[in-house]
Design a protein around this ligand. Sequence first.
Ligand code: KG4
Ligand code: ZN
Length: 341
Amino acid sequence: MLVLGLETSCDETGVALYDSAAGLLAHAVHSQVDLHQAYGGVVPELASRDHVRRLAPILREVLRRTGRTPEDIDAIAYTAGPGLAGALLVGASFAESLAFALGIPALPVHHLEGHLLSPLLSPQPPRFPFVALLVSGGHTQLMRVSGIGDYELLGETLDDAAGEAFDKTAKLMGLGYPGGPQLARLAERGRPGRYSLPRPMLNSGDLNFSFSGLKTAVLTQYAQGRVAVDEAADLAWEVQAAIVDVLAAKALAALERCGLGQLVVAGGVGANRRLRERLDAGVAKVGGRVFYPELEFCTDNGAMIALAGMLRLTVGGMPADAQPRGFSVRPRWPLQGLSAA
Ligand code: KG4
Ligand code: ZN
């Protein structure tokens, strides 16, 4: 069975072909970072228009690379939410109309389920059940993942996401967009001790997070004239350490609470080197193991959507017919509401 996966929830256009027997055949991602850079953040209308421009050429390229034709595709999985409404609608209408034209089913997929299952794209995937730390620009959640569609929310951010905290403090510090990788790079040159920022909710006794106070704390340093240009790296070090300390502590607490040893880290912030070092060391200490999707599958991509679609088809079976149907997208969509089939 050949599944086409389409991702257009935010600022990456992702297309992938996943074969049930051979695995991932090919995938391609176009990032809109350059397009939004001048605005310091994603401009939804520009994102939607760029998805319109990119989808068909990228699909053609992925088909060419695999030597397949549209007629070879058995089903189309697309991100139906959560995300930017207009961007989601581009992917949904493209997927639904192509599926209708080909007489095959189209499958709406939850973007975060794609992230949660993305480590299964690895040659050595984790086995169910595992704890997933989902850390992206829009989400920070700890979930217990017991099987396809069996997700229990253990804790989440009460305000800003971890990636958002990276991006917003980076912006305050005059770094470019997206700020996470840039702040991390600057922090490499920094040293501890010059600044001291809060570790929000570190001792809250639950598995929730709060990151919005960090940007205020950073702003205060600037307002008080405390950050000279050559000290910015030290501040970046402390910002990164504050975010990483809390993420690592809560992820370890989640493993302990669930009595599990496997931790999966998904989402763009999972690319952060210091976070990886901290988690690896902490989880190894309790005899567990951390799984990271390959870097290319950590950030938004079509492969994880194709895989999630494929797994759902495996569990729930192929729909009997492919009737044309209306479709909608869900810019807000709680993950816990999903069922297995
Ligand atoms: O999962 P993702 O590609 O997109 C969604 O938000 O869905 O995550 C993007 C986020 C951004 O906030 C970006 O700044 C952050 O991941 N990020 C990083 C790093 N690489 C990406 N944050 C910290 N360190 C990094 N190396
Ligand atoms: Zn994402």
